[in-house]
Design a protein around this ligand. Structure first.
Ligand SMILES: NC(=O)c1ccc[n+]([C@@H]2O[C@H](COP(=O)([O-])OP(=O)(O)OC[C@H]3O[C@@H](n4cnc5c(N)ncnc54)[C@H](OP(=O)(O)O)[C@@H]3O)[C@@H](O)[C@H]2O)c1
Length: 352
Protein backbone atom coordinates (compact mmCIF):
# COMPACT_ATOMS: atom_id res chain seq x y z
CA UNK A 1 0.00 0.00 0.00
CA UNK A 2 1.48 3.38 -1.00
CA UNK A 3 0.90 6.39 1.28
CA UNK A 4 -2.68 7.66 1.11
CA UNK A 5 -3.07 11.12 -0.43
CA UNK A 6 -5.25 13.13 1.95
CA UNK A 7 -6.72 15.02 -0.99
CA UNK A 8 -8.36 11.88 -2.30
CA UNK A 9 -11.90 11.24 -1.05
CA UNK A 10 -12.85 8.20 1.02
CA UNK A 11 -16.14 6.31 0.88
CA UNK A 12 -18.29 5.37 3.88
CA UNK A 13 -21.23 3.09 3.08
CA UNK A 14 -24.18 3.27 5.49
CA UNK A 15 -22.96 6.69 6.65
CA UNK A 16 -26.29 7.30 8.43
CA UNK A 17 -25.62 4.46 10.89
CA UNK A 18 -24.75 4.61 14.59
CA UNK A 19 -21.23 3.23 14.15
CA UNK A 20 -20.60 5.08 10.88
CA UNK A 21 -21.55 8.47 12.38
CA UNK A 22 -18.47 8.60 14.60
CA UNK A 23 -16.26 7.36 11.76
CA UNK A 24 -17.55 10.10 9.45
CA UNK A 25 -16.89 12.63 12.23
CA UNK A 26 -13.31 11.39 12.67
CA UNK A 27 -12.65 11.57 8.92
CA UNK A 28 -14.15 15.06 8.64
CA UNK A 29 -12.16 16.24 11.66
CA UNK A 30 -9.00 14.91 9.99
CA UNK A 31 -9.81 16.91 6.86
CA UNK A 32 -10.98 14.17 4.49
CA UNK A 33 -13.64 14.53 1.83
CA UNK A 34 -16.18 11.89 2.75
CA UNK A 35 -18.34 10.29 0.10
CA UNK A 36 -21.35 9.20 2.14
CA UNK A 37 -23.32 6.42 0.43
CA UNK A 38 -26.80 6.27 1.93
CA UNK A 39 -30.23 4.95 1.01
CA UNK A 40 -32.02 8.27 1.51
CA UNK A 41 -29.79 11.30 0.92
CA UNK A 42 -32.82 13.60 1.11
CA UNK A 43 -34.00 12.42 4.51
CA UNK A 44 -32.76 15.16 6.85
CA UNK A 45 -33.65 13.08 9.91
CA UNK A 46 -30.87 10.72 8.86
CA UNK A 47 -28.28 13.22 7.61
CA UNK A 48 -28.70 16.49 9.59
CA UNK A 49 -26.25 15.41 12.32
CA UNK A 50 -23.58 14.68 9.68
CA UNK A 51 -24.14 18.05 7.99
CA UNK A 52 -23.80 19.80 11.36
CA UNK A 53 -20.49 18.04 12.00
CA UNK A 54 -19.21 18.79 8.49
CA UNK A 55 -20.01 22.47 8.88
CA UNK A 56 -17.54 22.81 11.76
CA UNK A 57 -14.88 20.42 10.44
CA UNK A 58 -12.02 20.96 7.98
CA UNK A 59 -13.26 18.09 5.79
CA UNK A 60 -16.38 17.98 3.64
CA UNK A 61 -19.19 15.55 2.90
CA UNK A 62 -20.96 14.57 -0.33
CA UNK A 63 -23.94 12.26 -0.44
CA UNK A 64 -24.57 9.48 -2.95
CA UNK A 65 -27.69 7.35 -3.21
CA UNK A 66 -27.02 3.61 -3.02
CA UNK A 67 -28.63 0.42 -1.79
CA UNK A 68 -26.94 -2.83 -0.79
CA UNK A 69 -29.33 -4.81 -2.97
CA UNK A 70 -29.01 -2.58 -6.01
CA UNK A 71 -26.03 -3.94 -7.96
CA UNK A 72 -23.54 -1.32 -9.12
CA UNK A 73 -25.21 1.43 -7.09
CA UNK A 74 -22.01 2.20 -5.10
CA UNK A 75 -19.81 2.68 -8.18
CA UNK A 76 -20.39 6.40 -8.53
CA UNK A 77 -19.69 7.06 -4.84
CA UNK A 78 -16.33 5.23 -5.12
CA UNK A 79 -14.93 7.28 -7.99
CA UNK A 80 -11.50 8.63 -7.04
CA UNK A 81 -11.61 7.14 -3.52
CA UNK A 82 -8.47 5.75 -1.85
CA UNK A 83 -10.26 3.89 0.96
CA UNK A 84 -13.67 2.27 1.20
CA UNK A 85 -15.21 1.78 4.62
CA UNK A 86 -18.04 -0.70 4.16
CA UNK A 87 -20.18 -0.40 7.29
CA UNK A 88 -23.72 -0.75 5.86
CA UNK A 89 -25.52 -3.90 7.02
CA UNK A 90 -28.73 -4.37 9.01
CA UNK A 91 -28.24 -4.80 12.77
CA UNK A 92 -31.65 -5.40 14.25
CA UNK A 93 -33.68 -8.03 16.07
CA UNK A 94 -36.74 -6.56 14.37
CA UNK A 95 -36.93 -8.79 11.27
CA UNK A 96 -39.61 -11.01 9.76
CA UNK A 97 -37.70 -13.05 7.23
CA UNK A 98 -34.03 -13.57 8.22
CA UNK A 99 -32.94 -14.41 4.66
CA UNK A 100 -34.55 -11.33 3.13
CA UNK A 101 -34.00 -8.89 6.01
CA UNK A 102 -30.55 -9.86 7.30
CA UNK A 103 -28.61 -12.31 5.12
CA UNK A 104 -29.31 -10.87 1.66
CA UNK A 105 -28.42 -7.25 2.43
CA UNK A 106 -25.31 -8.34 4.37
CA UNK A 107 -23.93 -10.84 1.85
CA UNK A 108 -25.17 -9.47 -1.47
CA UNK A 109 -24.33 -5.98 -0.20
CA UNK A 110 -20.72 -6.94 0.57
CA UNK A 111 -20.39 -8.58 -2.85
CA UNK A 112 -21.94 -5.54 -4.50
CA UNK A 113 -19.56 -3.05 -2.84
CA UNK A 114 -16.39 -5.13 -3.15
CA UNK A 115 -17.02 -6.19 -6.76
CA UNK A 116 -17.46 -2.54 -7.72
CA UNK A 117 -14.23 -1.69 -5.86
CA UNK A 118 -12.36 -3.97 -8.27
CA UNK A 119 -13.27 -1.62 -11.09
CA UNK A 120 -12.04 1.56 -9.37
CA UNK A 121 -8.25 1.88 -9.82
CA UNK A 122 -7.77 4.48 -7.06
CA UNK A 123 -8.93 2.16 -4.26
CA UNK A 124 -6.01 0.90 -2.14
CA UNK A 125 -7.75 -0.48 0.92
CA UNK A 126 -11.19 -1.73 1.91
CA UNK A 127 -12.07 -1.70 5.61
CA UNK A 128 -15.04 -3.96 6.22
CA UNK A 129 -17.13 -3.62 9.38
CA UNK A 130 -17.55 -7.21 10.37
CA UNK A 131 -18.31 -8.27 13.95
CA UNK A 132 -17.29 -10.60 16.75
CA UNK A 133 -20.57 -12.23 15.69
CA UNK A 134 -18.61 -13.64 12.74
CA UNK A 135 -16.56 -15.52 15.37
CA UNK A 136 -19.23 -16.75 17.80
CA UNK A 137 -22.99 -16.98 18.33
CA UNK A 138 -23.23 -17.61 22.06
CA UNK A 139 -20.97 -16.80 25.01
CA UNK A 140 -20.40 -20.55 25.44
CA UNK A 141 -18.65 -20.59 22.03
CA UNK A 142 -16.07 -18.10 23.32
CA UNK A 143 -15.33 -20.23 26.37
CA UNK A 144 -15.05 -23.32 24.18
CA UNK A 145 -12.71 -21.62 21.68
CA UNK A 146 -9.08 -22.84 21.64
CA UNK A 147 -7.36 -21.16 24.61
CA UNK A 148 -10.71 -20.26 26.18
CA UNK A 149 -11.29 -17.03 24.22
CA UNK A 150 -12.08 -16.03 20.66
CA UNK A 151 -9.15 -14.78 18.60
CA UNK A 152 -8.86 -13.66 14.97
CA UNK A 153 -8.36 -17.33 13.99
CA UNK A 154 -11.87 -18.30 15.07
CA UNK A 155 -14.93 -18.43 12.81
CA UNK A 156 -18.53 -18.78 13.85
CA UNK A 157 -19.67 -22.36 13.20
CA UNK A 158 -22.87 -22.37 15.27
CA UNK A 159 -25.08 -19.69 13.68
CA UNK A 160 -27.62 -20.58 10.99
CA UNK A 161 -30.65 -19.15 9.26
CA UNK A 162 -32.75 -20.44 12.16
CA UNK A 163 -30.42 -19.72 15.07
CA UNK A 164 -28.79 -16.32 15.66
CA UNK A 165 -29.35 -15.26 12.02
CA UNK A 166 -27.71 -11.86 12.54
CA UNK A 167 -24.48 -13.63 13.51
CA UNK A 168 -24.96 -15.85 10.47
CA UNK A 169 -25.33 -12.79 8.23
CA UNK A 170 -22.08 -11.29 9.53
CA UNK A 171 -20.22 -14.60 9.16
CA UNK A 172 -21.33 -15.13 5.57
CA UNK A 173 -20.72 -11.48 4.67
CA UNK A 174 -17.17 -11.45 6.02
CA UNK A 175 -16.40 -14.75 4.27
CA UNK A 176 -17.70 -13.26 1.04
CA UNK A 177 -15.42 -10.25 1.62
CA UNK A 178 -12.29 -12.41 1.93
CA UNK A 179 -13.32 -14.49 -1.07
CA UNK A 180 -13.62 -11.41 -3.29
CA UNK A 181 -10.43 -9.84 -1.91
CA UNK A 182 -8.52 -12.92 -3.10
CA UNK A 183 -9.67 -12.49 -6.68
CA UNK A 184 -7.61 -9.29 -7.14
CA UNK A 185 -4.41 -7.62 -5.95
CA UNK A 186 -5.16 -3.94 -6.29
CA UNK A 187 -6.48 -3.29 -2.75
CA UNK A 188 -6.15 -5.12 0.51
CA UNK A 189 -8.94 -5.98 2.89
CA UNK A 190 -8.86 -5.34 6.63
CA UNK A 191 -11.82 -6.24 8.85
CA UNK A 192 -12.85 -4.60 12.08
CA UNK A 193 -14.75 -7.07 14.27
CA UNK A 194 -16.42 -5.15 17.09
CA UNK A 195 -18.20 -6.75 20.01
CA UNK A 196 -21.40 -5.06 21.22
CA UNK A 197 -21.06 -1.34 20.56
CA UNK A 198 -22.21 1.10 23.22
CA UNK A 199 -21.69 4.81 23.89
CA UNK A 200 -23.17 8.08 22.72
CA UNK A 201 -25.30 8.08 19.56
CA UNK A 202 -24.76 11.10 17.32
CA UNK A 203 -28.30 10.84 15.99
CA UNK A 204 -31.27 9.88 18.16
CA UNK A 205 -33.93 10.98 15.65
CA UNK A 206 -33.72 7.91 13.47
CA UNK A 207 -31.53 5.27 15.04
CA UNK A 208 -32.08 1.69 13.89
CA UNK A 209 -29.16 0.02 15.65
CA UNK A 210 -29.80 -2.75 18.17
CA UNK A 211 -27.23 -0.96 20.38
CA UNK A 212 -29.57 2.00 20.69
CA UNK A 213 -32.56 -0.26 21.50
CA UNK A 214 -30.70 -2.03 24.33
CA UNK A 215 -29.45 1.25 25.81
CA UNK A 216 -33.02 2.61 25.76
CA UNK A 217 -34.29 -0.56 27.43
CA UNK A 218 -31.87 0.06 30.31
CA UNK A 219 -33.70 3.31 31.04
CA UNK A 220 -37.31 2.40 30.26
CA UNK A 221 -37.80 -0.22 32.96
CA UNK A 222 -37.44 -3.33 30.78
CA UNK A 223 -34.84 -4.66 33.24
CA UNK A 224 -36.52 -3.22 36.37
CA UNK A 225 -36.81 -6.66 37.97
CA UNK A 226 -33.39 -7.86 36.96
CA UNK A 227 -31.02 -8.02 33.99
CA UNK A 228 -29.51 -11.34 32.93
CA UNK A 229 -25.84 -12.02 33.48
CA UNK A 230 -25.54 -12.67 29.79
CA UNK A 231 -21.91 -12.75 28.66
CA UNK A 232 -21.23 -9.75 26.41
CA UNK A 233 -18.23 -8.00 24.96
CA UNK A 234 -18.54 -4.23 24.89
CA UNK A 235 -16.68 -1.54 22.98
CA UNK A 236 -17.18 2.22 22.83
CA UNK A 237 -18.57 3.54 19.54
CA UNK A 238 -15.85 6.23 19.49
CA UNK A 239 -13.18 3.54 19.85
CA UNK A 240 -14.76 1.58 16.99
CA UNK A 241 -14.44 4.68 14.79
CA UNK A 242 -10.80 5.07 15.81
CA UNK A 243 -10.16 1.41 15.00
CA UNK A 244 -11.60 1.83 11.49
CA UNK A 245 -9.45 4.92 10.98
CA UNK A 246 -6.28 3.16 12.12
CA UNK A 247 -7.11 0.09 10.02
CA UNK A 248 -7.36 2.32 6.94
CA UNK A 249 -4.31 4.49 7.37
CA UNK A 250 -1.79 2.16 9.04
CA UNK A 251 -0.03 0.62 6.01
CA UNK A 252 0.89 -2.55 7.92
CA UNK A 253 -2.68 -3.23 9.13
CA UNK A 254 -3.76 -6.67 7.96
CA UNK A 255 -6.37 -9.35 8.42
CA UNK A 256 -9.08 -9.32 11.06
CA UNK A 257 -9.10 -7.23 14.24
CA UNK A 258 -11.19 -8.07 17.28
CA UNK A 259 -12.33 -4.66 18.46
CA UNK A 260 -13.63 -5.21 21.96
CA UNK A 261 -12.77 -3.23 25.07
CA UNK A 262 -14.31 -5.34 27.83
CA UNK A 263 -15.33 -8.90 28.57
CA UNK A 264 -18.46 -8.25 30.63
CA UNK A 265 -22.18 -9.09 30.87
CA UNK A 266 -25.52 -7.37 30.48
CA UNK A 267 -26.13 -7.03 34.23
CA UNK A 268 -22.70 -5.47 34.78
CA UNK A 269 -23.41 -2.99 31.97
CA UNK A 270 -26.55 -1.79 33.76
CA UNK A 271 -24.62 -1.59 37.05
CA UNK A 272 -22.08 0.75 35.47
CA UNK A 273 -24.99 3.21 35.19
CA UNK A 274 -26.11 2.96 38.81
CA UNK A 275 -23.76 5.46 40.51
CA UNK A 276 -24.83 8.31 38.22
CA UNK A 277 -28.39 7.37 37.22
CA UNK A 278 -29.55 4.80 39.78
CA UNK A 279 -31.71 7.23 41.78
CA UNK A 280 -33.69 8.49 38.80
CA UNK A 281 -34.09 5.52 36.47
CA UNK A 282 -35.48 1.98 36.92
CA UNK A 283 -32.13 0.22 36.65
CA UNK A 284 -32.01 -3.36 37.93
CA UNK A 285 -30.72 -3.99 41.44
CA UNK A 286 -30.09 -7.68 40.95
CA UNK A 287 -29.32 -10.17 38.21
CA UNK A 288 -32.27 -12.09 36.73
CA UNK A 289 -31.96 -15.77 37.68
CA UNK A 290 -31.38 -18.21 34.86
CA UNK A 291 -34.22 -20.55 35.92
CA UNK A 292 -36.70 -17.68 35.77
CA UNK A 293 -35.49 -16.63 32.34
CA UNK A 294 -35.89 -20.22 31.14
CA UNK A 295 -39.53 -19.98 32.20
CA UNK A 296 -40.53 -16.53 30.97
CA UNK A 297 -37.79 -15.50 28.51
CA UNK A 298 -39.23 -17.22 25.43
CA UNK A 299 -42.53 -15.35 25.95
CA UNK A 300 -40.81 -11.97 26.31
CA UNK A 301 -38.59 -11.88 23.24
CA UNK A 302 -38.20 -14.14 20.21
CA UNK A 303 -34.39 -13.97 20.59
CA UNK A 304 -34.61 -15.35 24.15
CA UNK A 305 -35.04 -18.99 23.26
CA UNK A 306 -34.23 -21.65 25.87
CA UNK A 307 -31.14 -22.57 23.86
CA UNK A 308 -29.85 -19.00 23.80
CA UNK A 309 -30.51 -18.59 27.54
CA UNK A 310 -28.69 -21.84 28.29
CA UNK A 311 -25.70 -20.81 26.17
CA UNK A 312 -25.40 -17.18 27.28
CA UNK A 313 -26.84 -16.52 30.74
CA UNK A 314 -24.30 -16.97 33.54
CA UNK A 315 -21.74 -17.81 30.84
CA UNK A 316 -18.78 -15.42 30.48
CA UNK A 317 -17.85 -13.79 27.15
CA UNK A 318 -14.15 -13.99 26.43
CA UNK A 319 -12.39 -12.28 23.55
CA UNK A 320 -8.66 -11.70 23.14
CA UNK A 321 -8.13 -8.09 22.01
CA UNK A 322 -4.33 -8.19 22.06
CA UNK A 323 -3.82 -8.05 18.25
CA UNK A 324 -5.42 -4.62 17.80
CA UNK A 325 -3.66 -3.24 20.88
CA UNK A 326 -0.31 -4.49 19.64
CA UNK A 327 -0.56 -3.75 15.92
CA UNK A 328 -2.77 -0.66 15.82
CA UNK A 329 -1.89 0.66 19.29
CA UNK A 330 -5.57 0.78 20.21
CA UNK A 331 -6.61 1.76 23.71
CA UNK A 332 -10.17 1.33 24.95
CA UNK A 333 -12.27 3.65 27.08
CA UNK A 334 -13.43 2.39 30.48
CA UNK A 335 -16.83 0.64 30.46
CA UNK A 336 -18.31 3.09 32.94
CA UNK A 337 -17.48 6.08 30.76
CA UNK A 338 -18.97 4.39 27.69
CA UNK A 339 -22.20 3.50 29.48
CA UNK A 340 -22.57 6.88 31.19
CA UNK A 341 -21.84 8.95 28.09
CA UNK A 342 -24.34 6.91 26.05
CA UNK A 343 -27.10 7.07 28.63
CA UNK A 344 -26.54 10.80 29.21
CA UNK A 345 -27.49 11.47 25.57
CA UNK A 346 -30.81 9.67 26.11
CA UNK A 347 -31.40 11.71 29.26
CA UNK A 348 -30.49 15.03 27.59
CA UNK A 349 -32.76 14.31 24.64
CA UNK A 350 -35.59 13.10 26.93
CA UNK A 351 -35.65 9.65 25.34
CA UNK A 352 -35.67 7.98 28.77
N1 LIG B 1 -23.85 -1.90 16.96
C1 LIG B 1 -23.13 -2.99 17.27
O1 LIG B 1 -23.11 -3.46 18.41
C2 LIG B 1 -22.29 -3.65 16.21
C3 LIG B 1 -21.34 -4.61 16.61
C4 LIG B 1 -20.56 -5.21 15.63
C5 LIG B 1 -20.70 -4.87 14.31
N2 LIG B 1 -21.63 -3.94 13.94
C6 LIG B 1 -21.76 -3.62 12.53
O2 LIG B 1 -21.64 -2.22 12.37
C7 LIG B 1 -22.35 -1.82 11.19
C8 LIG B 1 -23.29 -0.69 11.52
O3 LIG B 1 -24.21 -1.10 12.52
P1 LIG B 1 -24.92 -0.06 13.49
O4 LIG B 1 -24.96 -0.65 14.84
O5 LIG B 1 -24.33 1.28 13.29
O6 LIG B 1 -26.41 -0.14 12.94
P2 LIG B 1 -27.30 0.96 12.19
O7 LIG B 1 -27.22 2.26 12.89
O8 LIG B 1 -28.66 0.34 12.04
O9 LIG B 1 -26.59 1.09 10.80
C9 LIG B 1 -26.84 0.22 9.73
C10 LIG B 1 -26.59 0.96 8.44
O10 LIG B 1 -26.78 0.06 7.36
C11 LIG B 1 -27.61 0.69 6.40
N3 LIG B 1 -28.39 -0.27 5.64
C12 LIG B 1 -29.20 -1.26 6.11
N4 LIG B 1 -29.77 -1.90 5.08
C13 LIG B 1 -29.35 -1.29 3.94
C14 LIG B 1 -29.59 -1.47 2.54
N5 LIG B 1 -30.40 -2.43 2.10
N6 LIG B 1 -28.95 -0.65 1.68
C15 LIG B 1 -28.11 0.33 2.11
N7 LIG B 1 -27.86 0.55 3.41
C16 LIG B 1 -28.47 -0.24 4.31
C17 LIG B 1 -28.51 1.60 7.20
O11 LIG B 1 -29.03 2.61 6.34
P3 LIG B 1 -30.39 3.41 6.65
O12 LIG B 1 -29.99 4.54 7.56
O13 LIG B 1 -30.85 3.86 5.31
O14 LIG B 1 -31.32 2.46 7.32
C18 LIG B 1 -27.54 2.14 8.23
O15 LIG B 1 -26.81 3.22 7.72
C19 LIG B 1 -23.05 -3.08 10.68
O16 LIG B 1 -22.23 -3.67 9.70
C20 LIG B 1 -23.10 -3.97 11.92
O17 LIG B 1 -23.21 -5.33 11.60
C21 LIG B 1 -22.43 -3.32 14.87
Amino acid sequence: MSPIDKNQPVLVTGATGYVAGWLVKKLLDEGYTVHAAVRSPDNAKKTAHLDAIAEKAPGSIRYFKADLLDEGSYAEAMQGCSVIFHTASPFTSNYDDPQRDLIDPAVKGTANVLQSAKEIPTVQRVVLTSSCAAMYSDAIDTVNAPGGAITEDVWNTTASLDYQPYSYSKTLAEKKGWEIAETQNQWDLVTINPSFVMGPPLNTKSNTSESFSILKQMGDGTFRFGAPRMGFGVVDVRDVAEAHYKAAFTPSANGRYITSGHNTDLFAMTQALRPKFGNDYPLPKSAAPKWLLMLVGPMMNKMLTRKSIRNNVDVPFRADNSKIKRELLMEFRPLQQTMEDGFQVLVDEKIV
